[in-house]
Ligand binder design. Structure first.
Ligand code: ADP
Ligand code: ZN
Length: 665
């Protein structure tokens, strides 16, 4: 017999012979050791076949598998199918998909250590809640079937999490569930609620786990010892054998997409898995992606709606603060917001403020000649960080030390323009002395559990004002927060991306939704220099549907998703010269491709580019891209394959393929 073996490398499966004494032990999913190049490698058996003809064996001399490493297959067969689907759909090697799906320790032979408990709190007892009428309706729809896709569209604080929990409890006893969340650390409260309900039969799966923890969790899932996994992206590959339900919380989140290596989207992979396994899946959101809502409206997926907050609590009123007119004493705070903060503090309530940019100042500029500091490796302006007194690149992580003197004109009048979380922190703390203040951004949350501690302190009301990047906007349920605010809304509005309005609406709605979740109604303040932007009309009225109707027209006009699909091919070069030369060659070859014969709506494919990527240089690589637009995903992949084939002999460049890109930078 022979076996096709997949290794966790950028390649498809390799064929080996199965020695006779191993025939009964080797199955699809078995972990085996096999000779590879000059050494040996651990891989997973993708499939086994009986020898068809003796004769064809003679032609190629196959190597034999050395040994089998486990008694039972490590990877469930259905998961293997998913891995192959991912490889194919994302135009990547199945080996790379395997590498993302299975903990690396299984291939390196590192031994599992003892598993530590990540969240060390005691498990409290579950509150008995009476579901609202809307919750009952949604739940009974979900429970009435064992397959299909649901969009659970519920305003912030409408009790979506409760529905996830009950839907899992209603599964047959032998069925398991995957719950995907955008970021595990900021989902601490949700995790607590799952622990309360599922005790030790829920596990957490995320990048913060040690090698040992990862292996332990994996085995528990595969052996059916746990019922639920909560995790980020890679938990979509949880090795359950008897999956019954997948939940994707905040399905619209960009963090479900991996931006490097295998560029897969865990939401779409989950949809594929649900289909492959014939099970049900819930996409939950307060502000669904345009794609999901479009599919729901067209009856492709089932739509469930929670229109009200629990206890009929009102959604917060939203104030759009026009920063071109508003008075202010400091760089980033309008008097209006400052007064509201003071009043809220006086009433002993908590406030949550988002400023989606970390560091102190995004422009460190010489006022004599206008010089700003750029990263030497990236086409990105450096951001000044005051605590470290460095100018940091948020793309490649490199930094410079700022000089007293301008390197261009030797001037000494250096100015900090714009604001980041550090500067706003300084301002708030100086204007409100004695304030119990915390900042939550990537710089203050490097240590394990640091998010969790901040969230606990918020819950225990030890913090008056919490300021942070988008991580403060998401998912938290603090009943004592009655004020939420956005400092510089313009950052989100001005991204060079056709989804920027959608993203901005989602972010502002989420942030606003943190206020007034308890008994006292809340209020949200959004500071902007562009108050006429159409997004604000809908944020003000919590009018997702109104926004959708407006935005969908724009998408239709420009044939953007959901009216088309996109595929992006990114080329990276070591020098600008080789970029310029090679791009010419690529352009010529592509121009010779048959021109698209029909419009996108009729199945045609549009090829845009090659053009320089909006961020032209990252980590010393010059970047260009081609964007393919078309109606049909398969046709798009075929067109991309034709392009790749036409340029397969072109050297000295790196090619990345991004199917369904959501970051065009
Ligand atoms: P969402 O996920 O939609 O933002 P949550 O599920 O976090 O909302 O619910 C908001 C709050 O309401 C939570 O504190 C939750 O425990 C509580 N809650 C949910 N359902 C009910 C209910 N039926 N009765 C009372 N409280 C509820
Ligand atoms: Zn850089």
């Amino acid at each position: 017999m022979r076996a096709d073996i997949l290794f966790p490398i950028n390649a498809e499966a390799f064929t080996y012979l199965i020695p006779e004494d191993l025939e009964s032990k080797i199955k699809a999913g078995s972990r085996v050791l096999a000779p590879f190049r000059r050494g040996k490698k651990v891989g997973i058996v993708q499939s086994t076949q009986h020898r068809i003809q003796n004769s064809d064996l003679k032609k190629i001399k196959l190597k034999s598998i050395d040994s089998v490493l486990d008694d039972e297959p490590l990877v469930p067969e259905k998961l293997l199918k998913l891995i192959q689907w991912v490889g194919q759909y994302y135009m990547s090697a199945s080996g790379l998909a395997l590498k993302n799906a299975v903990p690396s320790a299984f291939f390196t032979g590192k031994k599992a250590g003892k598993s530590r408990i990540v969240y060390d709190e005691e498990i409290k007892e579950a509150k008995a809640l009476d579901l609202t009428a809307e919750q009952i309706n949604a739940l009974s729809e979900i429970n009435s079937t064992d397959k299909g896709v649901f969009l659970l569209h519920g305003v912030t604080g409408s009790g979506k999490t409760e529905i996830y929990i009950r839907a899992i409890k209603a599964l047959p006893p032998d069925r398991e569930a995957i719950v995907l969340v955008p970021e595990i650390a900021i989902t601490a409260q949700m995790i607590d609620r799952f622990r309360v309900n599922f005790g030790d039969s829920v596990v957490f799966y995320h990048s913060g786990l040690s090698i040992g923890e990862r292996i332990t969790q994996w085995r528990k899932m595969r052996d059916g010892e746990v019922k639920v996994v909560i995790g980020v992206r890679s938990a979509v590959f949880a090795p359950f054998n008897n999956l019954g339900l997948i939940v994707i919380d905040e399905e619209q989140e960009a963090s479900y997409k991996q931006f490097e290596g295998l560029r897969y989207n865990a939401r779409d992979t989950a949809l594929a898995r649900a289909q492959l396994e014939g099970i049900k899946i819930i996409l939950g959101s307060a502000t669904p992606s345009m794609e999901a809502y479009y599919n729901a409206k067209n009856g492709k997926i089932r739509y469930l709606e929670l229109t009200k907050r629990i206890e009929q609590r009102p959604l917060p009123g939203v104030d759009i603060i026009d920063m071109t007119k508003e008075e202010k004493q400091t760089f980033s705070l309008s008097n209006k917001l400052l007064n509201a903060l003071k009043e809220n503090l006086g009433n002993n309530y908590q406030s949550l403020i988002m400023l989606n940019r970390r560091g102190y100042s995004p422009f460190f500029m010489c006022t004599d000649c206008g010089h700003t500091y750029k990263c030497p490796a990236c086409s990105i302006t450096l951001i000044y960080h005051k605590d470290t007194n460095t100018l940091n690149c948020h793309y490649c992580g490199s930094y410079l030390n700022p000089q007293e003197m301008c390197p261009t004109c030797k001037g000494t009048r250096i100015k900090y323009l714009g604001t980041g979380t550090q500067r706003t922190e300084e301002e708030i703390c100086s204007l409100m002395p004695g304030l119990a203040f915390k900042r939550m951004d990537k710089d203050t949350t490097q240590k394990k559990l640091s998010h969790y501690r901040i969230i606990k302190q918020m819950e225990e009301k030890k913090i008056d004002v919490l300021l942070g990047t988008q991580m403060v906007a998401k998912g938290h349920d603090f009943p004592n927060v009655t004020l939420s605010a956005v400092i510089s809304a313009d950052i989100a509005l001005n991204m060079p991306d056709f989804r920027s309005a959608e993203r901005a609406l989602q972010l502002f709605t989420q942030l606003a939704g943190r206020a007034g979740r308890g008994e006292v109604p809340g209020r949200a303040y959004i500071q902007t220099y562009e108050p006429e932007h159409y997004v604000f009309d809908y944020v003000r009225g919590h009018d997702y549907k109104g926004f959708y109707e407006k935005e969908i027209e724009l998408r239709k006009e420009l044939s953007y998703p959901p009216f088309s699909r996109l595929l992006r091919i990114i080329f990276s070069f070591k020098t600008r010269d080789s970029a310029d030369k090679t791009v010419k060659v690529i352009s010529n070859r592509i121009r010779k491709m048959n021109p698209p014969s029909s419009h996108i709506s009729k199945g045609g494919i549009e090829i845009l580019g090659p053009s320089p990527a909006p961020i032209e240089k990252i980590r010393n690589l010059w970047r260009w891209h081609i964007i393919l637009k078309g109606k049909n995903a398969k046709a798009l992949r075929q067109a991309a394959a034709v392009i790749l084939d036409k340029i397969k002999d072109v050297k000295e460049m790196k090619i990345d393929i991004d199917v369904d890109p959501i970051n065009m930078l």
